[in-house]
Design a protein around this ligand. Structure first.
Ligand SMILES: C[S@@+](CC[C@H](N)C(=O)[O-])C[C@H]1O[C@@H](n2cnc3c(N)ncnc32)[C@H](O)[C@@H]1O
Length: 338
């Protein structure tokens, strides 16, 4: 009984904690602590019953402590500030619209239609019809967040890539965003010629980024909808999808894989990095993975298992399908040959 009550109460704890992190509450408290009135002034919070209970709630969750009218960080929030605070904050900001979506769960469950969820346009390339004309303002937040998390993920991914340092190869990345992965791959493999297909609203920033790194002659940008069949490059050795396929339902994912096949030379390889459940996975034992699968479904995407990828890739005409763990969260890599 208590467990049920705790689970239900968790909704307000989650929202208060997300609000505090998204608004740099703990950063402002800092290692020295701060007087409450000063904290409220800095955060433009009106002092009164609601703000008092808000702080008390953070104290009861052991995220703050109170002494002589000053609030201080606790071991939990000190650790948060010391370890990848900006990464956690960007994740929290990404989660806020999901929180709103859950407020509309009844409608989503009744219709089974993710478009009925209030997803505030964070991921608006999935709901827009005319994606090639989305304004950069609408894609900037999301692309910046994705690029920020590429640092660690990209390093884990490139360790096992089948490219050779001394051999020329041409690579096409679908949805390469601001070019985080492209820069890492081109930095490590000096003979690679790289192509990115992404939306016009995203690639202007990518162009600036790769120019800054002096990589414009090795990374070519193609501003277009990646579902269009007339792929701008052909006979490439590898096609890379990094966190792309699971954004889409099976029908759309199949179109992407078919486009990859069109772009590849015979014997070329598609390389997919995604969160994937392996064949022995017990999803009921992993609430964390279910959480991200649920978030993805609210956006119209789909968490997939090895078997799901095998089926999709075979339907798209690929063979020799292999999987590899990269030892980072539930991200795994799938390789398949044309
Ligand atoms: C989930 S993000 C992944 C970005 C990057 N690969 C990463 O892992 O950080 C999806 C990317 O696909 C791009 N994208 C979405 N729909 C697209 C479309 N129809 N045509 C081209 N690119 C698209 C987005 O702009 C974004 O850069």
């Amino acid at each position: 009984m208590n467990r049920i009550i705790d689970i239900v109460k968790g909704f307000s704890a989650a929202r208060v904690c997300m609000h505090a992190i998204a608004n740099d509450f703990f950063k402002i408290v800092g290692p020295e602590g701060i007087a409450l009135d000063e904290l409220f002034a800095k955060l433009h919070i009106k002092e009164g019953e609601i703000s008092r209970l808000y702080v008390n709630y953070l104290i009861s969750l052991q995220l703050l402590s109170l002494r002589d009218g000053k609030v201080f960080l606790t071991p939990t929030t000190s650790e948060l500030m010391d370890h990848n605070y900006e990464g956690v904050k960007s994740w929290v900001i990404e989660m806020l619209p999901y929180y709103d979506c859950l407020g509309n769960l009844d409608e989503v469950l009744k219709t089974g239609d993710f478009k009925k969820s209030k997803f505030n346009g964070v991921w608006n390339y999935i709901t827009e019809d005319d994606v090639e004309n989305i304004s950069p303002n609408n894609t900037e937040n999301y692309s910046t967040q994705m690029d920020g998390s590429m640092d660690v993920l990209g390093d884990k991914f490139i360790v096992n890539l089948p490219f050779e340092e001394t051999k020329k190869a041409e690579v096409l990345e679908f949805g390469g965003g601001y070019g985080g992965l492209a820069k890492k791959i081109c930095g490590k493999f000096s003979k690679i010629l790289y192509h990115i297909v992404d939306l016009p609203s995203v690639l202007n920033k990518t162009e600036e980024e790769i120019e800054k790194q002096g990589l414009s002659h090795r990374i070519k940008l193609h501003r277009r909808d990646f579902f269009k069949e007339d792929i701008p490059v052909s006979e490439v050795d590898y096609v890379v999808f990094c966190r792309i396929i699971n954004d889409w339902d099976d029908h759309r994912s199949l179109r992407l894989l078919e486009n990859a096949k069109r772009a590849l030379m015979d014997g070329g390889e598609v390389i997919i990095l995604e969160t994937m459940n392996d064949d022995h996975y017990d999803e009921f034992a992993d609430p964390g993975a279910l959480f991200s699968a649920f978030c993805l479904a609210l956006l119209g995407g789909k968490r997939r298992s090895y078997e799901d990828f095998r089926k999709l890739l075979r339907r798209a005409g690929f063979g020799n399908i292999k999987f590899q763990k990269i030892g980072y969260s539930n991200y795994n890599v799938c390789y398949a040959m044309k």
